[in-house]
Design a protein around this ligand. Structure first.
Ligand code: SF4
Length: 63
């Protein structure tokens, strides 16, 4: 599983961080940093929830 980020869409709103801070973090300039691009399968539900939470649809999952 791989997390994909559309940087043109991301507005640094931080919903992804709120849902899964192990994988997404906003830096001091509100730029989202992907901490781990390839989460283990056991984390799919949490990562999927974070992807769904993005209000501008900047995140997606690739199997
Ligand atoms: S929730 Fe979406 S817009 Fe907000 S930081 Fe995460 S990817 Fe970017």
């Amino acid at each position: 599983m791989r997390i994909l980020v559309d940087r043109d869409k991301c507005e640094g709103l931080g919903m992804c961080e709120a849902m899964a801070h192990e994988y997404f973090e906003l830096d001091d300039d509100d730029v989202m940093v992907l901490l781990e691009e390839n989460p283990p399968e056991s984390e799919r539900d949490k990562v999927h929830a974070a992807v769904q939470a993005c209000p501008v649809l900047a995140l997606s999952l690739q199997d």
